[in-house]
Write a new protein. Structure first.
Length: 214
């Protein structure tokens, strides 16, 4: 399996300004008020200098982290190319950040997507665009994994899909049980990847072969 220790922070762009953020239905004023309430509830003074801009900053952060809530990832899979190619297409190590719906803490890692086309292939970057939108919602990792597999099945109508997601959950590493370095791996198989052990094994071998060389 791929190592998830690569620094996700290195891949982040600078924090976008409010104007740069997508036009979502996130209620900014309500978020600001809620963050102010949280500060008061934990015993802080939201009017002290260091915290004055925090409610606005955190509201922008939620708008960014939850931008996928108001997006339709399927649109990225509408532009397909007709291609006679009957081997597995695998895009691995698609980095992502998400937020767990239980604690609203980040979890982050990599998604690997393989499919066996049935006459239709999609631009490789589109798979990463789908991951971007599916992950930027509050949810659990199993949900991401299943949603990715179902979307690709539905839109590309391939012979099968395999999705493997691996992630570190900060709700398990910085709080609670505090198991640093623990990694959660989930998979979803559809079509021939589910029913044919040879295809499934080939997919897993491709993942393993690539990863062992990295
Ligand atoms: N299956 C699954 N569980 C998750 C995911 N993200 C977080 N969790 C777990 O959700 C569970 C929530 O458990 P609760 O007992 O309701 O909450 P808690 O008391 O804060 O649990 P602890 O984290 O054990 O302290 C925890 O075991 C988390 O590890 C995920 O993506 N998938
Ligand atoms: Zn959590």
């Amino acid at each position: 399996m791929a190592n998830i220790n690569g620094s996700i922070a290195d891949e982040h762009d600078a924090t976008p300004s409010e104007e740069d953020l997508p036009d979502t239905k996130v209620d900014h004023d309500r978020l600001r008020k809620a963050i102010r309430e949280i500060l008061i509830a934990v015993g802080e003074d939201p009017d002290r200098e260091g915290l004055l801009e925090t409610p606005d900053r955190v509201a922008r952060m939620y708008q960014e982290m939850f931008r996928g809530l108001h997006a339709n990832p399927a649109v990225h899979l509408k532009r397909v190319f007709t291609q006679k190619y009957d081997e597995i297409v695998l895009v691995r190590d698609i980095s992502f950040e998400s937020v767990c719906e239980h604690h609203l803490l980040p979890f982050f890692g990599r998604a690997h997507i393989g499919y066996l086309p049935n006459g239709k292939v999609v631009g490789l970057s589109k798979l990463a665009r789908v991951v971007e939108e599916v992950t930027h919602r509050p949810q659990i990792q199993e949900g991401i994994t299943e949603t990715l597999a179902d979307l690709i099945m539905q839109e590309l109508e391939p012979r099968g899909v395999g999705v493997v997601v691996e992630a570190e959950h900060t709700c398990m590493t910085i709080r609670g049980v505090r198991k640093r370095g623990s990694c959660c791996i989930t998979s979803a198989m559809r079509g021939i990847f589910k029913h044919n052990p040879t295809t499934r094994a080939e997919f897993m071998a491709l993942l393993g072969a690539e990863n062992s060389s990295s």
